[in-house]
Design a protein around this ligand. Structure first.
Ligand code: GCO
Length: 460
């Protein structure tokens, strides 16, 4: 692993994008305001047993009302970019064809306000809160339904494309497909591998089909997709663990990277699913030329990185396998190992294998509880260490030739963490969900100083 001693922000390119990220459903609340349609996450969150502690996102951070105050804090933080998502059900009417002017006006205001503060908007088109009506028309399982998504992409890029110049089509197709359709822990809560793979395919296809629409409506803009990548490390150097790690990598990472960069779906995992009898219908949703559409050239790859996966083969009896050689280090509240080296290695590998034109870390961050005490001084030293070490990893990757152009910390503020409800705090800003009071944590102040180029960060 390449080492550097310490560094400052000025060691990065002056045009580097420094930001934070959020998503509509996780922060906006106000799920019925101004003609907003129901989303699949509104429906899912109302279904008993789906969200931890029966929490909901009907208020969340009330960012729909408090956005200006939040943007004041964003500006004071000193970022030059901000990633947020559009809620599709806010901006269309119930036929999914006509726009809802009130919804559009809301995002118009956000964009204009960000620009007036010299903050560059990075807009995610699908961060999961799709209209329930889209779901009922067939949703991602159904190839024909892609048309509705393209109508929405056309509407929103037509309205905002003159000012927004950075577009992310989908956020984390793996999560949408696997958690939503295989494990059932996310909306819409189905459990079928066949559906999962069809959903994956249609997400990728709709990504490829969206790119020319975005380019047409938003001249000189940059387009990409955000993938959650989870590099796999075999738990031991046994053949069994190495093979298991390769299979994990194929279904988690390569399943997206390969087709996006001109290849087909990886083969070993397909064989393995077939051998296990999990793929009875095969992959008959793939049609001629689909891979050509999916690999439509983009301007950047967005990577959401949190941790790595340590893979132990579950099919070999322990005593026939080598002893485990890799044990996870320290973990965040989510039980995700803090492993910045994984980010460096991932970036170097992606650059070598796929040569994307450029890369953005579209999410990186950590869940730790706040200890508020009476002082309102939230000393989240663990989050600071996490961010420092990952920014270091970014720098090391840049030094090895990776075309990394930006880093977005997840998240600006504590928010609704999907099936986990309000139980995880990823924010640089603490949110009191009873009073909606915002309290910047020490990590906010640390990032602010880093962005002002006032502090060095050290390699631990
Ligand atoms: C995701 C999403 C975010 C999450 C974050 C923490 O990666 O799941 O993009 O919405 O909140 O990653 O889990």
């Amino acid at each position: 692993m390449y080492k550097i001693k310490d560094m400052k922000k000025r060691d990065f390119n002056p045009r580097f994008k420094w930001g934070t990220a959020t998503s509509s459903f996780q922060i906006e609340g106000n799920i019925d305001a101004d003609g907003k349609l129901e989303s699949i996450w509104d429906r899912f969150a109302k279904t008993p047993g789906k969200i931890k502690d029966t929490e909901h996102a009907e208020i969340a951070c009330d960012h729909y009302n408090l956005w200006k105050e939040d943007f004041d804090l964003l500006e004071k933080l000193g970022v030059n970019s901000y990633r947020f998502s559009i809620s599709w059900p806010r901006v269309v009417q119930s036929d999914l064809k006509q726009e809802n002017p009130k919804g559009i006006e809301y995002y118009d205001r956000l964009v204009d306000d960000l620009l007036s503060r010299n903050i560059d908007p990075f807009v995610t088109l699908n961060h999961w809160d799709i209209p329930q009506e889209f779901q009922e028309k067939g949703g991602w399982v159904d190839r024909e339904s892609i048309e509705y998504f393209l109508d929405y992409v056309d509407i929103i890029t037509n309205n905002l494309g003159d000012r927004v110049k950075n577009w992310i089509t989908h956020n984390e197709p793996w999560i949408i497909a696997y958690l939503g359709y295989n494990e059932g822990t996310h909306a819409p809560g189905h459990k079928s591998l066949e559906k999962t793979l069809a959903v994956n395919h249609h997400l990728l296809l709709s990504h490829g089909l969206s790119v020319p629409i975005i380019r047409e409506n938003s001249k000189d803009s940059k387009v990409g997709i955000a993938l959650n990548l989870n590099p796999a490390y075999p738990a031991s150097s046994s053949e069994a663990d190495i093979k298991a790690a390769q299979l994990f990598d194929e279904y988690f990472n390569a399943w997206y990277l390969e087709p996006l960069y001109g290849n087909q779906y990886p083969e070993n995992i397909i064989k393995s699913w077939k051998n296990e009898g999990k793929l009875t219908q095969g992959l008959d949703f793939i049609k001629d030329d689909d891979f050509k559409v999916i690999s439509e050239p983009t301007d950047f790859l967005g990577i959401n990185y949190y941790s790595r996966a340590i893979i132990r083969c579950s099919k070999t009896e322990k005593h026939k396998n080598l002893p485990v050689e890799i044990v996870p280090g320290e973990k965040t509240k989510f039980d995700w190992e803090v492993f910045p080296q994984g980010l460096e290695e991932l970036l170097v590998r992606i650059n070598k294998d796929y040569s994307p034109k450029s890369i953005f870390i579209t999410e990186n961050g950590a869940s730790y509880d706040s200890d508020i005490q009476e002082t309102e001084d939230i000393n989240d030293v663990k989050r600071i260490e996490y961010l420092e070490s990952h920014i270091h990893a970014c720098k090391k990757a840049v030094d090895q030739g990776v075309p990394l152009q930006g880093y977005f910390c997840w998240s600006l503020m504590d928010n609704f963490e999907w099936a986990e409800g309000l139980n995880h705090r990823f924010g640089l800003i603490h949110v009191d969900f009873d009073t909606q009071k915002r309290i910047p944590k020490r990590s906010y102040k640390w990032y602010q100083k880093f962005l002002k180029d006032e502090i060095n960060i050290y390699q631990k």
